[in-house]
Structures are given as C-alpha cells and as structure tokens.
Design a protein around this ligand. Structure first.
Ligand SMILES: O=C(CO)[C@@H](O)[C@H](O)COP(=O)(O)O
Ligand SMILES: [Co+2]
Length: 219
C-alpha cells in the first residue's frame, strides 16, 4: 500500500518569516505544501494570492497542493498552472459545471481535486469519481485555520472510500481541518491518504518534530 502523506498548510505559517517556514517544510518529513487561497466571497476570509504563491514556489522543493476557496474558479485555472501548482482543488459547491472544470484543470497539466464542505454528501461525487484525482474532505467549515475537527468526518471517509473502490477509481482522499496526533490514525484507518495540518504543525514548539511524529503515527 502507498505510504500516507502529510501536507502542512502554509496558512498557519508566519508570513513575516515565510521563507524560513517554507524551508522548514522542505527540510521536514512532510510530503506536500498545502496552499489555501480564499477570496472573501466563497468563504468569509481572505488569505493570500498570486504574488505570495509565486514566492513560495520559488523556494519550495515539494508538491504544491492548491486549495481554492473561491467562487467561479474556472477564471484562474491557467493562472495557477502558470504559477507552478501541481494539484488544483476546487470546491464542489463553487462549480456549476464540475465535470468541465476538472477537464480544464487536467488540460493545464495539473492533477484535479474537488473539496467538499462538511454539509456536502460524498454520494454527490459518484458520477465524477473517475475524473477526480483527489477529494478533499473538509473536516472544518472552510475559511480559517485553528478550528476543531468535526467528528462526522470519519464516516464520510469510509463512505467515499466505498465509492472509490466500487468505481475502481484511483482517487486519493485528503482530510483538511483540525488534524492532530489525536485523529490522524483513525483517519488513515478509515481510508484517508493525505492529511493537511496547519496550526498543529506551525504553532508547535518544534514543527519538524511534529511532522515527524505525524508521519510515524500514519505509517
Ligand atoms: O482550508 C483550510 C481552512 O479553510 C485548511 O487548509 C486550514 O488551513 C487547516 O488548518 P488547521 O485546521 O490544520 O489549523
Ligand atoms: Co485547505
């Protein structure tokens, strides 16, 4: 079985010491950079945009996993490809023509991801699962780091895993929000492949050791 991945969320980094924090992820056991882009419309918060991502990409040596929390994401697919995104995840709730959006992401040479809010049932992905490289199950309401993990997520992971197996798909399952050493094992046991961790990593005393601890837990 492929090893499970950790993707620290740069949203929780110190933006006045961004290069230091990017190097920390480079030097850690982390697998991906998780980049949260918020527009203040789809979610009630604005994070950072293209110039900051450009500078992160300049220094990052690992996969760039971009989580778009914006309305009408089709407008920016090419922009995020040109900036160096490897995986581009759009929200199910923000896409009128999800199938078309997924094809457009892949046409730009990126992996295509779909994120679902806590209220969105995984069964809605059954008809597109073979077109989706990664499903990001939100385990908090999107918009902010540092929120508490929603326990119903375990059930959603199991249900999504059943859909993936039933359709013989190779879709990865990512969990985003409130991930810590307390829920990591149960999430991978339920079928998760990638765990995003923001505050738990960056607000810890020794982020490198914290990532290492998470990797040891998920094996
Ligand atoms: O997309 C989001 C929030 O909307 C996440 O990626 C958070 O940035 C994760 O942060 P923590 O919950 O781990 O602090
Ligand atoms: Co995110």
């Amino acid at each position: 079985m492929a090893s499970k991945l950790i993707a620290p969320s740069v949203l929780a980094a110190d933006f006045a010491n961004l290069q230091r924090d990017v190097e920390m992820i480079n030097n850690s056991d982390a697998d991906w950079f998780h980049i949260d882009i918020m527009d203040g419309v789809f979610v009630p918060n604005i994070s950072f945009g293209m110039p900051v991502l450009r500078d992160i990409v300049k220094h990052a040596t690992k996969t760039i996993d971009v989580h778009l929390m914006i309305v009408d994401p089709d407008r920016y697919i090419k922009t995020f490809a040109d900036l160096g995104s490897n995986i581009l995840t759009v929200h199910y709730e923000a896409c009128t023509h999800l199938h078309r959006t997924l094809q457009a992401i892949k046409a730009e040479g990126m992996k295509a991801g779909v994120a679902i809010n806590p209220h969105t049932n995984v069964s809605l992905l059954e008809d597109t699962i073979n077109d989706i490289d990664l499903v990001c199950i939100m385990s908090v309401n999107p918009g902010f780091g540092g929120q508490s993990f929603i326990e119903n997520t375990y059930k959603k992971v199991q249900q999504l895993k059943e859909i993936i197996v039933r359709n013989n798909a190779s879709t990865m399952i990512e969990i985003d929000g409130g991930v810590t050493n307390k829920n990591a094992k149960q999430l991978v046991d339920a079928g998760a492949d990638v765990l995003v961790a923001g505050s738990y990593v960056f607000k810890s005393e020794n982020p490198i050791e914290t990532v290492k601890g998470l990797k040891e837990i998920i094996g």
